[in-house]
Every structure is written in C-alpha cells, then in structure tokens.
Design a protein around this ligand. Structure first.
Ligand SMILES: C[S@@+](CC[C@H](N)C(=O)[O-])C[C@H]1O[C@@H](n2cnc3c(N)ncnc32)[C@H](O)[C@@H]1O
Length: 267
C-alpha cells in the first residue's frame, strides 16, 4: 500500500500531532505525505496498522511507540511512567530561566518519572548537578535508560518524597507530582500509572507534603518550582502561605490556566 492512501484512510483516527509522530517514528524521518508516493514495506505497514488498532482501543500512541517527544527531544516511555505533557515543558522552561538567572548548580527533580525535566535541564546546562528521584523503581529504570541513551551524568534516588535525601542541599527543587483527584482518574488516564496521577481525594496529598517539607532540603533562598492542576491555584496559595514561602510568580499554560508556581524559601 502507498503511504498517501494509508494516510487518507486513517487521518480521521489520529490527532494530527500523533499522526505526524507515528509517521516520523515509522520511517525515521519527517515525510510530506501529500507529495509522497512511498510504497509502505510490509513490516512498516504491520507496525502502522498495529499502532492504529491500539489507538482505536484507547491506548496512547506514546505507549505503542515506546517514545514521546518533550522539549524537542525524544524520550523512551513505557506503561510504568506518565506520558510527558506540554504543561511540563512550560515548567521546565521556567526552571531553566531561574537556573540561568541565579547561576544555580544543585537541582532536584522530585517525582522524576521518565526523567524528562531533570534530563532536559542537564542536556541544556551540562554543568548542573542533578538528582532525579521517584518512589517507583520501574519509573527510575526508564529515567536511567533515558540518561544512558543521551550520555547524561545524573544521580538517581529511589525515595518516598524526600525520605533519605540530604537536608539543605538543593538550590532549586522542581517537581511535577501526582495531583489529580482520585475520582477524576478515568477515561484515557486509566492507561497511565495510577501512582503517577493520584493526588488523593483533594488532589493535594503530595503537593501538601512537598510544600511542608521542601524547605528543609532547600538551601537558604532556594526555589521550589511545581506543577499543579488547572483548578488548584486557590488551594495551593492557602497552603503555601501556611508554610512560609514567598510566591515569586505563578505559571500559566498555553490555555491561560494557572498550572504552576515558583516559590522562594523565606524562613
Ligand atoms: C505526574 S508523574 C511526573 C513524571 C515526570 N516528572 C513528568 O513530568 O513526566 C509523578 C511521578 O511521581 C512519582 N511518585 C508518586 N508518589 C511518589 C512519592 N510518594 N514519592 C516520590 N515519587 C512519587 C510517580 O511514580 C511518578 O513517576
């Protein structure tokens, strides 16, 4: 079968971004499908059709491909890790801004999952001293393989939030913790690890612990940069005030929702 025909029969099934990623990953290059009379070899056709069937069953394309793009780079993923999201690219971009502005060296990526935040920071600022931590051994395996693939020297640590990490070590902690209300984990989210999403009844189980404990692990005037849900700013603000940080700024996503914050340790 010719690629243009396969595309025309399938294009309504995939989101345009997913279709482009699938074709790029299948052929190893970006192809202009409209101009393309490529005949699809049998092995690639099987691969495309399998991805299509899995997609129709609700399985996210990233898990079928074992890969996802993040900040212009391809990361390995599997069903032990969250599929990295575009909001997290914004949090990563903001973190990069603070690292450069304040000449930060020691950084913790807490709840690192596949490692997308910490590894992106290390790739772009090679002099950083980064620790990536997560409670899940399986997620850490994925992050370690991603670091190995890109030859990045990162320290990994299996930890329940901050347990076992050194006090007063980090000039900046960045985190995208699980923050979804348990009752909202449904539909396509059920394909991703519950552990990576579940923030308990209110969504704040982990964020609350992180706000309350991060100060101990930050250096004086250290920063905590965190991601949260689109409707969590008001509650986050109340909790933050209680723990004595200064809010440096709130972070919006591309849909104009508040999705994170930058806090300064002030006590
Ligand atoms: C929302 S995912 C974020 C993954 C990655 N940072 C990203 O942005 O794609 C949250 C991660 O937190 C981890 N996690 C859940 N509970 C944890 C805990 N108590 N301590 C440390 N990590 C935890 C999960 O295993 C998961 O990898």
């Amino acid at each position: 079968m010719n690629l243009k025909d396969w595309y025309n029969n399938t294009k309504d099934i995939f989101l345009p971004r997913d279709m482009n990623f699938l074709i790029k990953e299948t052929f190893g290059e970006v192809i202009n499908i409209c101009d393309s009379d490529i005949n699809i070899p049998a092995e690639k056709l099987n691969f495309l059709d399998k991805a299509k069937h899995e997609y129709l069953s609700g399985k996210p394309l990233a898990y079928s491909l074992g890969k996802e793009e993040f900040y212009g780079h391809t990361f390995n993923v599997n069903q032990d890790v969250l599929i990295p999201r575009v909001e997290t690219e914004i949090i990563t971009e903001k973190t990069l801004e603070y690292i450069k502005k304040y000449k930060i060296i020691n950084v913790l990526d807490l709840c690192c999952g596949s490692g997308v935040i910490g590894l992106t920071l290390k790739r772009l600022v090679p002099g950083l001293n980064i620790v990536c931590s997560d409670i899940s051994e399986e997620a850490l395996d994925v992050a370690k393989k991603n670091a190995l693939k890109d030859n990045l020297k990162i320290r990994f640590y299996q930890s329940d939030i901050f347990a076992g990490l050194n006090d007063n070590e980090y000039q900046l902690i960045v985190t995208n913790p699980p923050y979804v209300e348990s009752s909202q984990i449904e539909g396509s989210l059920t394909h991703e690890p519950f552990l990576a999403l579940d923030g308990g009844i209110t969504g704040f189980d982990l964020l609350d612990k992180i706000f309350s404990e991060a100060g101990k692990y930050l250096t004086d005037k250290g920063f905590l940069i965190f991601e949260m849900g689109y409707n969590q700013k008001d509650v986050a603000k109340e909790k933050i005030e209680k723990y004595g940080y200064k809010v440096v700024e709130w972070i919006k996503d591309y849909s104009d929702n508040w999705r994170g914050g930058v806090l300064l340790k002030s006590k």
